[in-house]
Design a protein around this ligand. Structure first.
Ligand SMILES: O=C(O)CCC(=O)C(=O)O
Ligand SMILES: [Fe+2]
Length: 306
């Protein structure tokens, strides 16, 4: 078994794991130790991993089946469909469709029926300054709410909508139409019980449009409060990348955001594998929706549209 050193990087979450060489196969005990550290710290930073896509895939597979990237089939690595390319480097002379991936707080693939369990992101190129990624601890976000608020949220569902992915409008219209077709709005529980730790975590993000049974107007201030509360200074870790950092996060108990504070003419090139999560939620077709509009107004609006 590898001699791992685990060093905390943040108050709320994040730890660095050294003593590992992912170019070599890993034994079961090492993987179990990494998994334990992962469940405890939620975000692990494995520095100095100069690995190939094959080695990235092989290491990621220890933690579960890889997501085939069917929700975003356009950004796959040409030789390795399980690897998603998150890069601002032009593709065939055109701006990359993933140059602004992750620009609002989110949990990966929450707009699908199988939100990712975890993601493993490898940094291959980075700008001199900026381009950090921030992570938030969603257990803490939940646990620090008042009991009455927690009671309100328990059992509530939220509608996650791919069209709220920030910067989606910068992608080509045909691509956006296809992404929307593949990913209809989906309702997920607002509070999730983590299957491994048994702890409750808040599961909302800036990709939620409204709560099931509440109108957009009613939901908006509560969502704004929750997404701000979740990213308070005390609940976040900010990662400043070094080339060959492999960072792995648990999407069931965290949110993250990729900051745009860097010179976009400089390359930032990342490769991601996602571990498939359990099936969750259902396609939302308006069940349980209410409207804050008086009925008469609603009728007028409908009439004027038709
Ligand atoms: O580029 C990053 O730092 C993260 C982008 C992102 O949200 C992701 O890869 O899941
Ligand atoms: Fe992400």
């Amino acid at each position: 078994m590898a001699r791992l050193q685990v060093r905390r990087l943040g108050y709320a979450l994040g730890a660095e794991v050294t003593g590992l060489d992912l170019r070599q196969p890993q034994d079961e005990d090492t993987i179990a130790a990494i998994r334990d550290a992962w469940m405890e710290h939620l975000v692990l930073v494995l520095p100095g991993q100069d690995i190939s896509p094959e080695q990235h895939v092989a290491f990621s597979r220890h933690f579960g089946a890889l997501d085939p990237n069917d929700a975003t089939p356009y950004y796959r690595h040409p030789q390795h469909p399980e690897v998603l390319v998150v890069s601002n480097k032009p593709v065939n002379g055109k701006p990359s469709e993933t140059r602004n991936t992750g620009r609002n707080w989110h949990s990966d693939l929450s707009y699908t029926g199988r939100p990712a369990m975890g993601s493993l992101l490898l940094c291959k190129e980075r700008p001199d300054v900026g381009g950090d990624t921030m992570f938030a601890n969603m257990y803490m976000a939940y646990e620090t709410l008042s009991p009455r608020m927690r009671q309100f949220l328990d059992g509530l569902e939220a509608v996650h909508d791919v069209t709220l992915v920030k910067g989606i409008e910068q992608r080509s219209p045909e691509l956006v139409a296809e992404i929307k077709r593949i990913n209809p709005p989906i309702a997920h529980p607002v509070v999730r019980t983590h299957p491994e730790t048994g702890r409750s975590a808040l599961f909302v993000s800036q990709r939620v449009r409204h709560f099931v049974g509440l109108s957009d107007e009613e939901s908006e201030p509560i969502l704004r409060f929750l997404t701000r509360h979740a990213v308070r200074d005390e609940f976040v870790y900010r990662h400043r990348w070094t080339v060959n950092d492999l960072v792995m996060w648990d999407n069931r108990a965290t949110m993250h955001v990729a900051l745009a504070d860097f010179d976009q003419s400089k390359p930032r090139h990342m490769l991601r594998c996602s571990i498939q999560g359990e099936p969750l939620g259902y396609i939302y077709r308006g069940e349980g929706a209410t409207t804050a509009q008086p009925e008469a107004t609603h009728r007028t609006v409908v009439a004027s549209v038709s």
